[in-house]
Design a binder for this molecule. Structure first.
Ligand code: SF4
Ligand code: SF4
Length: 370
């Protein structure tokens, strides 16, 4: 049996200005696309929303305008949070096709199904819409990207399994038995319903790469494999997984990720046990379990850089660095401090890790003094 392939997730592309998601570094991105294709990979994943709605346009320039359509596959996602009425499905899909400059998607997903966003998707008949889009040839496969507990996924599959070909789920060794993310339960449900699995967040937004020194040492003592290699292999070793998306941000990361898949070796039972142990070790070092997906940021009425603050909080809890305090104070001045949170709750509905963001921001404000 062939193993899962590597997919290029276009949500953490190289930027020329770290503070501006729309400033995609097209030179570096184009180099990455060329390298990826040269190495025999061809699966690209984007969304309406990534990089301040510029990810699709960047893919058009770097990929669509430079390679024949049949040489690559593109997945895109309908922004559930913008659905107000049934007509919005097609209106948004036409915009997505136009931004990419293509006639059809290889995979069309309803984006970020969770307990809040399932409602606009159902009210706008999005499941019926994707079925029709497939029949009309606008997509070869259709499905959902999912960020919620297994219970909701079972409800979704009970109603719509006949429509859904693909589920894009969060799967990594740290969340495998996690009570909140429930990667294994979600994976097993997909297998039970015969749904093809695509994996997002195999390295949990960098959390499984940028580990604390004490954790790094334990990986090094066990083998020479890189830490990223472990995370990708774990995801790609699971049943029904066809694609593992990696949000690669530079050519070096891409080279390493490609090597993992070119020389793929399935995780052995002993290695699985080792990774479960490492998941516990990593959890001990993490104060806030954020995946740095940025979904929460765009609608924050107070303009709080939530993931940046969570990252600084995690670092400060372990390392107690003066630079963390300096960075916090600068961001608080340019954007807003954590204490500015009005507790409106908008971000909570968007959070892919189901975090109680307003409560955690209170911890951040306490640690950094504002
Ligand atoms: S709850 Fe706080 S952090 Fe979340 S969107 Fe509202 S103001 Fe922003
Ligand atoms: S707080 Fe939640 S939505 Fe925001 S970046 Fe972290 S995981 Fe993503």
């Amino acid at each position: 049996m062939t193993h899962a392939t590597l997919g290029f997730g276009a949500m953490r592309l190289p930027q020329t200005d770290a503070g501006n998601p729309a400033s995609i570094d097209m030179e570096e991105f184009t180099r990455m696309v060329d390298y990826f294709m040269e190495q025999g990979f061809n699966y690209f994943d984007t969304s309406y929303a990534y990089h301040g709605e510029t990810s699709e346009g960047a893919l058009k320039k770097a990929l669509v305008e430079r390679y024949p359509r049949e040489s690559y596959q593109i997945a895109n996602k309908i922004p559930t949070w913008l659905l107000r009425q049934e007509e919005d499905n097609d209106r948004l899909v036409e915009i997505m096709l136009e931004r990419l400059g293509i006639e059809y998607f290889d995979v069309l997903l309803i984006h970020n199904i969770n307990k809040a966003l399932i409602h606009p998707a159902e009210a706008a008949n999005s499941f019926e819409y994707i079925k029709k889009a497939k029949e009309e040839g606008k997509a070869l496969k259709v499905g959902i990207s999912f960020h919620e507990k297994a219970e909701l996924l079972e409800e979704v599959f009970e109603k719509y399994a006949d429509v859904i070909d693909v589920a894009l789920i969060q799967l990594n060794y740290m969340d495998w038995t996690d009570q909140r993310i429930q990667s294994k339960k979600i994976h097993d449900l997909c297998v039970k319903y015969g749904i093809e699995i695509q994996v997002m967040e195999p390295v949990k937004g960098g959390t499984l790469v940028n580990v604390a020194d004490s954790v790094k040492r334990q990986f090094e003592e066990y083998s020479d494999n890189s830490i990223a290699d472990w995370a990708l292999r774990f995801a790609a070793s699971q049943e029904n997984v066809s694609v593992v998306l990696s949000g690669m941000s530079n050519l070096q990361q891409m080279k390493e990720n490609c090597e993992t898949f070119k020389n793929f070796e399935k995780i052995t039972p002993e290695e699985h046990r080792f990774l479960m142990k490492m998941a516990r070790e990593i959890k001990k070092t993490l104060a806030i379990d954020c995946s740095f997906c940025n979904y929460c940021v765009k609608d924050c009425e107070m303009n709080i850089p939530i993931p940046d603050f969570f990252n600084l909080y995690n670092s400060e809890k372990v390392y107690h660095l003066e630079s963390n305090v300096d960075l916090y104070n600068t961001s608080a001045r340019v954007y807003a401090p954590a204490s500015a949170c009005s507790e409106c709750g908008t971000c909570v509905d968007m959070c892919t890790q189901q975090l109680d963001i307003p409560a955690l921001l209170k911890d951040v404000a306490k640690l950094f003094g504002k």
